[in-house]
Every structure is written in C-alpha cells, then in structure tokens.
Design a protein around this ligand. Structure first.
Ligand SMILES: NC(=O)c1ccc[n+]([C@@H]2O[C@H](COP(=O)([O-])OP(=O)(O)OC[C@H]3O[C@@H](n4cnc5c(N)ncnc54)[C@H](OP(=O)(O)O)[C@@H]3O)[C@@H](O)[C@H]2O)c1
Length: 329
C-alpha cells in the first residue's frame, strides 16, 4: 500500500505542470458546458384538459417539447412531415410519459395545401387549442422552392407557419387564455427582410436566406401580438440556443472533413435537445409570462432582439406581403 502511495506521489511530482493544465482545462470545459446548457423551465404548470399543437415534433427540440407537454397532461398534436418518424416519436412519448392522448397529423410546411388540410382537420375535429408551438424549421438548404414556388427557408420557416397560425386564430381565441410560441433564432441579428427580392432570386445565399426567415419569425410574433391585444392570446418568440440536432443536415455533407471534425467536437459542448427545448417550454407554460406578449426570450429569460426585429413598420409590411403570398388577402 505504501508503495502505491509513493508511486502516485512520485508521478504527481514529476507531472505537476501537465496535471495542472489538464485539471484547469477539464474545469474550463465543464464550466463552458454548464454555461452553454442555459436556463431550465422551473414551472410546474399542469396542462390537463388543454391541447397543444407542435410543428416538427418528430425529432430535435420539437420532440422534447412534445414530451414535456405530454408529461404535463396535455393532449398533444404532433404536426409532422415525416409520418413514420412521427409515429415512432409518439410511441416513445406515450411510453415515457404514460400519456396516450398523443395524435400524429401530417403537415408539410412547404405546401400551403398541406397547411390548409391540417387546419381544416383541427377546426373540424378538435374542441380547443390552448398552445400553438411553431417549431419546425429548415436551415441553409440549397436554393429549393416550395410547392407554391416560394424560396424554401422563407416558405417553411415563415410563410407556412404564418398561414397555419392565422387559420387557427379563431380556435386560439375561443380557448383563451392561450399562447402562440414562435421558435426563431439569434441568427436574426444579422438578417434583413429583402422586400425587393423576397425569394432571393437575384442572388441566393443559404445563410442570408436562413437569417431572413428567422428575422421574419420575430417580426411576425411582434405584429401578431399587436393584432391580438385584448383577446387573451399571447405571443412569444425565442432563440433556443445552440443545440445538437439534425438542423445541420443540409450543411454537414458539403463540408471538408476537417470542418466536420471541428464541428463534431463543438457538438459535444452545445445543448442537448432537452436543454434546447427549455425556452420553448418556458414560453408555453411559465405563469409569470401571462401578461407579456410580443417579446423575445432566450435561456428562459426575456432578451432584447436586434433593432431590425423591433421595427414595427417592417413587421406590418411583412404581414401584408405574407398575407398576399399565402392567399389570405
Ligand atoms: N439546433 C439549433 O442549434 C437551433 C438554433 C437556433 C434555432 N433553432 C430552431 O429550432 C427549431 C427546431 O430545430 P431543431 O434544431 O430541432 O432541428 P431538427 O432536429 O432538424 O428538427 C426540425 C424539425 O422541423 C421539421 N421540418 C423541416 N421542414 C419541414 C416541413 N417542410 N414541414 C414540416 N416540418 C418540417 C423536421 O421534420 P423532418 O424530420 O420531416 O425533416 C423536424 O421535425 C427550428 O425552427 C430552428 O430554426 C435551432
């Protein structure tokens, strides 16, 4: 025994610098990981008897958000494009939460017809809608167009959700107090709305397009909140953090091996999907937000978005443009 202690002591003395560097690096990485994890929704609110509709709930933070809503007792409508994947996510949610009140419905946000089909189903078959979570998103894909000819990221991230929300407003009002949660991104900070070329036909750039769509999310939430004043329907937009999900699926395959390697290491310190879902859950259930509307959140706290996202004239102009693009005018 004495021998082992001597060997350890000798090792520590001879490698003192290396061991100190390793310990400091380890503590630093743990601290960074903890900081990246962000806030946690502490609300114990129950949702028994309430209905929640979540888009893109078959994977990523949408699935974690659906899991939490189910845990709180809600009827959860998972509005998804990939139905087999959604069935398997729904089975997992039923098993883990013991809540069997989970419904999978088809929704392809790149098709206005699909959005209309879903809203028709909900209007005709559901009694109420208490929380709508516009979560689905696509990031930095090539220059693709939706079924209706809109640039894909603007079409899916903003226009599809714009039509979905507007078509369900009457139900949300009837179920008030109710909430609309819009999952945006900090990417909006460097975004702008290209009113003169909304589909970016002149000069497509996949990042410029993603930023535009995420700025559109926040402007939409802001204008919607203004239009819903006094109805009991409140609106929240948010940045969920940087999360290990499938969102990078259109980027990774085109990167050089070394970029993929660096990204894979970074993926180990970013948020897990559960951590990434916390701000969406917070906006959906936190009691202290009942009287807040039209604001922007991150890490389960109110944050100030970029100046472009506070531009009421742009929000109104985007609303009018979106109304005519989806045929609501
Ligand atoms: N991950 C991050 O670091 C991060 C950061 C900031 C903001 N966000 C935002 O968080 C939200 C959720 O993303 P995530 O990270 O969880 O990504 P994800 O794992 O890729 O999940 C995205 C979800 O959106 C769905 N979706 C994509 N296109 C659709 C369409 N046309 N119609 C219907 N559903 C569609 C996907 O369905 P399929 O399975 O059928 O493709 C999937 O369920 C997005 O709005 C994203 O912009 C994420």
């Amino acid at each position: 025994m004495q021998n082992y202690a001597d060997v350890l002591k000798d090792f520590a003395e001879r490698h003192a610098i290396g061991l100190t560097v390793a310990a400091v690096a380890g503590i630093g990485i743990l601290g960074l990981r903890r900081w990246m994890a962000g806030g946690v929704c502490r609300s114990k609110a129950r949702l028994d008897g309430k209905t929640v509709l979540i888009t893109g709930a078959n994977t990523g933070i949408g699935k974690e958000t659906a899991m939490d809503m189910a845990q709180r007792g809600a009827r959860v409508i998972m509005a998804c494009r990939d139905i087999p994947k959604a069935y398997s996510a729904a089975d997992e949610i039923r098993q883990k939460t013991g809540n069997n009140n989970i419904l999978v419905k088809k929704l392809d946000l790149a098709s206005l017809k699909s959005v209309r089909d879903l809203t028709k189903y909900v209007q005709e078959n559901e009694k109420r809608l208490d929380i709508l979570i516009n979560n689905a998103g696509i990031m930095m894909c090539p220059k693709w167009v939706t079924e209706d000819g809109f640039e894909m990221q603007f079409g899916v991230n903003h226009l599809g959700h714009f039509l979905l929300t507007n078509s369900l407003l009457d139900m949300l009002k009837r179920s008030a107090p109710s909430r609309v949660v819009v999952v945006a991104s900090v990417a909006h900070v460097t975004g702008r709305i290209h009113f003169d070329d909304i589909n970016l036909d002149k000069n497509y750039d996949n990042l410029v397009s993603y930023r535009q769509s995420k700025l559109a999310n926040i402007l939409f939430a802001r204008e919607l909140a203004t239009r819903l004043q006094g109805t009991g329907v409140t609106v929240y937009s948010l940045h969920p953090g940087f999360i290990r999900t499938e969102l990078v699926r259109h980027l990774f395959p085109h990167w050089a091996w070394w970029k993929r390697m660096i990204a894979s290491v970074l993926m180990m310190i970013v948020k897990s999907p559960w951590e990434g879902a916390q701000t969406s859950i917070y906006c959906a259930v936190e009691e202290s937000l009942t009287n807040e509307t039209g604001l922007y959140y991150s890490d389960c706290a109110r944050k100030k978005p970029a100046a472009e996202a506070l531009d009421d004239a742009a929000a109104k102009k985007l609303w009018d443009l979106s109304t005519s693009m989806v045929g609501l005018a």
